[in-house]
Design a protein around this ligand. Structure first.
Ligand code: TMP
Length: 252
């Protein structure tokens, strides 16, 4: 069914197809998992279905507090209708607790709370391995304007506050996450909205009681039970009711 449509873009975990009307796209969630700039690869049966559902839930909740984003509606198990945007070539990372690359780069102990939430920018370029960049690089190379950087930072902090509370309420610590933004044009003006996905692929989520990892680090670090952990996140968010059969049956 999906192959008849025009493919617009294929990334590591998702495919974008032409949408049913101008200004829309269909975002298809694959089961493919990659890490370390695709040096490590696997197919995790059911991941796309869970991430489609979790991202729908989070984007819908964010929309309800006024964080505008590209999500329109979920179409089926693996696809959602989204607004077409011009992706800003940056990954915006917000960190609350030291983990992953900041722990390595700055010699911090994983699990150490940061003095305050920290925002980082990475330039989206797989060939370069998504290098970290500063606002100076972003404005000098015209990847985003100063006003856009301010908007992205303000939105990133709102997303962090809201999601920290959302996850905390279900016994999960939001350690860090990555978001992406896109421009929508209205006449001569453009505004920046949240795009891409928010899922256990793009967040670090730890069980608040045990610090057990419930996110993609289970795949990156070969900890096992990746799908079980993603499913647990969905279950705690209260959005798992219709899914267990899908995961067991491996719907494609
Ligand atoms: P990092 O510690 O590896 O820099 O990752 C920070 C956060 O960003 C973490 O929640 C995982 C997420 N992330 C992505 O979503 N995509 C990526 O390509 C990378 C490197 C990190």
């Amino acid at each position: 069914m999906t192959t008849r449509r025009k493919k617009i873009y294929e990334g590591k975990a998702k495919i974008l197809y032409e949408g049913p009307e101008p200004g829309t796209l269909i975002q298809y969630f694959k089961d493919d998992a990659t890490a370390f700039n695709a040096q490590k690869k696997a197919v995790l049966e059911g991941k796309g279905v869970i991430n489609n559902r979790i991202s729908e839930y989070i984007m819908t909740r964010l929309n309800s507090i006024g964080v505008q984003n590209h999500f329109i509606r979920r179409l089926n198990l693996r696809e959602q209708l989204i607004k077409e945007v011009e992706i800003v070539p940056l990954e915006v990372v917000v960190r609350n607790i030291a983990a992953g690359s900041i722990a390595t780069r700055l010699g911090l102990t994983e699990g150490q709370p940061l003095p305050r939430s920290i925002i980082e920018f990475y330039y989206k370029d797989d060939k370069l391995g998504d290098p970290m960049v500063s606002e100076e690089h972003i404005t000098a190379f015209n990847w985003a304007a100063t006003q856009e950087i301010d908007d992205m930072m303000a939105t990133a902090l709102r997303v962090n506050d809201y999601l920290s509370g959302l996850f905390s309420a279900v016994g999960i610590t939001l350690v860090d996450f990555k978001i992406e933004f896109g421009r929508v044009y209205e006449g001569d003006f453009s505004r920046i909205i949240l795009a891409d996905e928010i899922s256990p692929d793009s967040c670090r989520l730890w069980d608040a009681a045990t610090n057990e990892k419930l996110d993609k680090d289970r795949f990156r670090r070969d900890l096992g039970n990746v799908i079980e952990s993603y499913t647990e996140v969905a279950r705690r968010l209260g959005i798992m009711k219709e899914m267990p059969t899908v995961i067991q049956g491996g719907v494609h």
